[in-house]
Ligand binder design. Structure first.
Ligand code: PEP
Ligand code: MN
Length: 282
């Protein structure tokens, strides 16, 4: 058993993602925002941008509630090809108006290498979703950019597999990588996925990279998002990426797990209180 453990860890030997003995932890600076040890950064916005009214109303509200980064997805990886696939490039106009009207940074998902160039001017952070965690061509191309990247754990990936996927980005010279635990698939079906809360301390033990938690996709249910968020902060996460919609009942994707504006404001209030206890700057 001990030998197996040692063998597993050996795979990370010599990698750039591995925590070194000096205990160094990476802090990612994006304009005036920091992501990493000692900070707690909240990214919030709808599952997908739908139209200007939805994007702007939600953006203004999440900023007022204290979020620093807007989740502004134009491209959606959907299980069914018949489901809403996002606005596509048309949503760029919505991102532009959110930038004009708020001070929020913009975070957006890239599904293909061509999206890196398309979104380069309009996003401050790229997200690589769980389905693309092992899309090595996308990782290599994203690693050549100089934008911070959120890399989500695939729903069946081990910690080591997640870290080795991140290694593709660091190897190409992009060291601004933020990992994200978004729930794994287990036998439990009551929740959409199972939040693997120990991913947070485990990744921190193995790596110097920051790790945030997605309480929306990991639970799939609005009424569990606050518990998952507070658990993430208590476990030492460096932030959250939360789905928020100004009218969740009418959302074109992931309405059941999206918080309404008042619920998000309430959660941010509770998180600020908890941040004082766990000594994180929000
Ligand atoms: C998302 O964050 O929009 C998403 C689809 O989540 P995941 O990639 O974790 O499934
Ligand atoms: Mn979603």
């Amino acid at each position: 058993m001990r030998l197996l453990h040692k063998k597993r860890m050996e795979k990370l030997e010599g990698t750039k993602v591995r925590k070194t003995s000096s205990n160094h932890k990476s802090i990612i600076t994006i304009k005036d925002i920091r992501v990493g040890e000692g900070y707690f950064t909240v990214i919030a916005g709808p599952c997908a941008l739908e139209n200007p009214e939805q994007g702007l109303t939600t953006a203004r509200a999440v900023e007022k509630a204290g979020a620093k980064i807007f989740r502004g997805s134009l491209f959606k990886p959907r299980t069914s090809p018949y489901s809403f696939q996002g606005t596509g490039p048309e949503g760029i106009e919505i991102l532009k108006s959110i930038r004009k009207e708020t001070n929020l940074l913009i975070e957006s998902e890239v599904l293909a290498p061509s999206h890196l160039e398309l979104l380069n001017e309009h996003a401050d952070i790229f997200r690589i979703g769980s389905r693309n965690m092992d899309n090595f061509d996308l990782l290599k191309e994203a690693g050549k950019t100089q934008k911070p990247i959120i890399l989500k754990r695939n729903l069946s990936a081990t910690y080591e597999e997640l870290l080795l996927a991140a290694e593709y980005l660091l190897l190409e010279s992009n060291e601004q990588v933020i990992l994200c635990e978004r729930g794994i698939r287990t036998f439990e079906r009551y929740t959409r996925n199972t939040l693997d809360i120990l991913a947070v301390p485990a990744i921190k033990e193995l790596s110097h990279l920051p790790i945030i938690v997605d309480p929306s996709h990991s639970t799939g249910r609005r009424n569990f998002v606050a518990s998952a968020s507070k658990a993430a902060m208590a476990a030492g996460a460096d932030g959250l990426i939360i789905e928020v919609h100004h009218d969740p009942e009418k959302a074109l994707s992931d309405g059941p797990q999206s918080l309404g504006l008042a619920e998000f404001e309430h959660l941010m209030h509770d998180l600020r209180e908890l941040a004082g206890v766990v000594k994180k700057s929000m």
